[in-house]
Write a protein that binds this ligand. Structure first.
Ligand code: B16
Ligand code: MG
Length: 230
């Protein structure tokens, strides 16, 4: 059901790069591991890790180092080590780490009767939401603990829509990663692109950050998109 103000019924938000910037913490933790492994991993490589799963991130780091990926047990050990460092960084997070505009957009759509969900690849998403004190701003949460197939598979967003009880065609997805935009398109949802990562140009509407989003423009673009599909 559309609301009085908006034609969409739900917005599914990605976490890292949309609501907060945990990518810097991911980078610092992966960098520490890469240094230990003797792999030259720099800030410029970090965009490749956006939105992809933990195991896939490790594979990418081994690709960058031109090294063969270790067998499963060793790979899991390395990923777990990185995660412990990552969690140390998360322990310093607070509501000050919300990206500009995130709270305004979530609260405004909710006040208009739109449902909200989180659709993140991160298994640490519940901890991050707690640290940011925004767990209550979501009617449903889907994260790396719930899904078997990582983005660009649409599973994370389709499960979000299902949990909310909203048809995918009435959902907006806010995403900063190319893999996430691809997932939204495959879920047949309206893709709102955040930032400039490779693949974000395929989104229906692109803004630098949620702080730059005009909700009336989103409504106009969503209506046109939906009209063009029927
Ligand atoms: P974890 P998102 C993603 O978050 C990150 O962008 C990506 O760099 C990370 O590898 C992935 O979560 C998994 O995170 O190791 O905490 O399970 O953008 O989907 O919210
Ligand atoms: Mg992201």
């Amino acid at each position: 059901m559309a609301t009085d103000r908006f034609s969409f019924s739900a917005v599914i938000f990605d976490l890292d790069g949309v609501i907060t910037d945990t990518s810097e913490f991911h980078y610092l933790a992966w960098k520490r591991l890469a240094d230990e492994l003797g792999i030259d991993f720099g800030r410029a490589d970090n965009d490749r890790l956006r939105g992809v799963s933990r195991v896939r991130s490790l594979e990418i780091i081994f690709e960058i180092g031109n090294r063969e990926m270790p067998e499963k047990a060793e790979a899991e050990k390395l990923a777990a080590k990185k995660n412990e460092w990552y969690k140390e960084y998360l322990s310093g997070m607070s509501p000050n780490d919300l990206l500009p505009g995130a709270r305004r957009v979530i609260e405004t759509v909710r006040a208009a009767g739109v449902k909200t969900a989180l659709g993140s690849a991160s298994k640490n998403a519940p901890t991050v939401l707690k640290r940011l004190k925004i767990t209550d701003l979501f009617d449903a949460t889907v994260d790396g603990n719930d899904v078997g197939k990582a983005k660009p598979d649409p599973e994370v967003f389709l499960l979000g829509a299902q949990k909310l009880g909203v048809d995918p065609s009435l959902c907006v997805v806010a995403e900063d990663a190319g893999a996430g935009i691809e997932a939204a398109i495959r879920a047949r949802m309206f893709a709102l692109g955040i930032g400039t990562a490779d693949g974000v140009e395929k989104a229906e509407l692109i803004v630098p950050g949620l702080g730059d989003l005009e909700l009336e423009e989103l409504e106009t673009r969503f209506k046109a998109w939906r009209g063009g599909r029927s």
